[in-house]
Design a binder for this molecule. Structure first.
Ligand SMILES: Cc1cc2nc3c(=O)[nH]c(=O)nc-3n(C[C@H](O)[C@H](O)[C@H](O)COP(=O)(O)OP(=O)(O)OC[C@H]3O[C@@H](n4cnc5c(N)ncnc54)[C@H](O)[C@@H]3O)c2cc1C
Length: 370
């Protein structure tokens, strides 16, 4: 019997595993893929996480992350807003960062099962039982960090899966001299937006969220990019003048921003499994890390016998809601300003004329350093 089993080894799962193991608890972590691998993600992490990461020796300085202090926003027609970021962020590829955290977790004694997918979960006699294609495992605690929308969500019959999501996400790594290393750019196009910023090794991430109708209309990605994204002059230059480092893009479907439950059938959800913020806020990773901090601290209280399961679940739900709910709500509202020609022109004009309003909107989706 393990103290904690964790399903999903993204940032939320890995940070939970490391923090629980550091407190001496036995931890088994399941990841269905094999590290290292690329994920669809803008790879810009808000600096709010730096004090926490540094305090646990988890800031990946040796990977040479970029330091991002400026923001550029363009409307679908290419009108540009320039701003400094109050808090800023750093850029690091998930390929490198996740692998670096995996090494830390293994050194600490986390039992990592890669290429092992959890298929069935049951809870009986105060114990979780997990079944994979390889074996059956028992744990006192179960953390669900299986991301934005996993097959397990269907199997668990979570409410949000019944609502189809219209968004797809697409990512490349490129070499370019069109973007400065200390800037994050966000370019609107019809029914979508695209972020560009530097990660490590003089490489840039280019990642966009699009309504799936754009792809349905043009059938393949290069044609869709030419017909839709190229209408924004910044995107046209980036997509036609950069050196592309992947043979083909990394693509995901069904990105859901629906409300979820932080605790479901006694599974403590962390990161995107508990709720996903719209990517334009550039905050999902910081929130995944923060939720792991909150959850693992309460889990230690439970495993040490200081609180019972009911109290653990109540305290975690209420801490999650008070820390993140307002940011999710603001993210959903601000998302509506993007991707439609008229509202993206309005958002850029508003930001140009009234920078305090733009900064206020940004602050509603960003957290404070922790
Ligand atoms: C287009 C786009 C751009 C984004 N850009 C940014 C950005 O610039 N900055 C930012 O902060 N955030 C961004 N995000 C959000 C960010 O990527 C997520 O919030 C973050 O990755 C959440 O981490 P996580 O650990 O919760 O989930 P994930 O990193 O998704 O990890 C979940 C893991 O669970 C595994 N898994 C699933 N099911 C099982 C199973 N049954 N058994 C075993 N393993 C399983 C998966 O393989 C996966 O590795 C973006 C998201 C999108 C879609």
């Amino acid at each position: 019997m393990y103290d904690a089993a964790i399903i999903g080894g993204g940032l939320a799962g890995l940070v939970n595993a490391i923090l629980l193991r550091k407190q001496g608890h036995s931890v088994i972590l399941f990841e269905e893929k094999e590290y290292p691998f690329h994920r669809v993600c803008g790879e810009y992490i808000s600096n709010e996480v730096i004090p926490f990461l540094k305090s646990h020796d988890l800031f990946p300085q040796e990977l040479n992350p970029s330091n991002i202090t400026k923001f550029r926003l363009s409307s679908t027609s290419g009108k540009l807003l320039k701003m400094n970021l109050d808090l800023g962020g750093f850029g690091i590829s998930r390929y490198a960062f996740d692998q670096w955290l995996v090494n830390k977790a293994k050194e600490l004694g986390v039992e990592l099962h890669e290429k092992e997918r959890v298929n069935v979960i049951t809870f009986e006699n105060d114990t979780h039982q997990l079944t994979t294609g390889i074996g059956t495992y028992k744990s006192k605690l179960l953390i669900g960090s299986f991301g934005k929308k996993a097959r397990l969500d269907n199997e668990l019959n979570r409410k949000f899966v019944s609502k189809k999501s219209p968004y797809i996400g697409i990512k490349y790594h490129i070499k370019t001299d069109l973007v400065a290393g200390d800037v994050i750019e966000l370019h609107n196009f019809s029914r979508g937006y695209c972020g560009v910023s530097k990660v490590e090794n003089e490489t840039f991430n280019i990642c966009y969220l699009s309504h799936r109708d754009n792809l349905k209309k043009y059938k393949d990605i290069p044609v869709m990019e030419k017909e839709i994204l190229h209408k924004n002059p910044f995107l046209k230059r980036l997509l036609t003048e950069s050196e592309f480092l992947f043979e083909k893009p990394v693509v995901i479907n069904e990105i859901s921003f629906e409300k979820k439950e932080p605790v479901f059938n006694h599974i403590l959800m962390s990161g995107d499994s508990a709720g996903m913020i719209t990517p334009l806020c550039g905050n999902g990773m910081a929130m995944a890390i923060h939720s792991a901090k909150i959850l693992s601290e309460l889990a230690v209280e439970f495993l040490s016998g200081n609180i019972d399961r009911k109290k653990l679940e109540e305290n975690y739900s209420s801490a999650w809601n008070s820390t993140f709910s307002a940011r999710h709500w603001a993210g959903r509202k601000i998302q509506k300003l993007f991707g439609a020609p008229a509202s993206s022109e309005f958002a850029v004009s508003l930001g140009k004329g009234f920078q305090p309003i733009a900064k206020y909107l940004m602050s509603k989706t960003h957290g404070q350093p922790f």
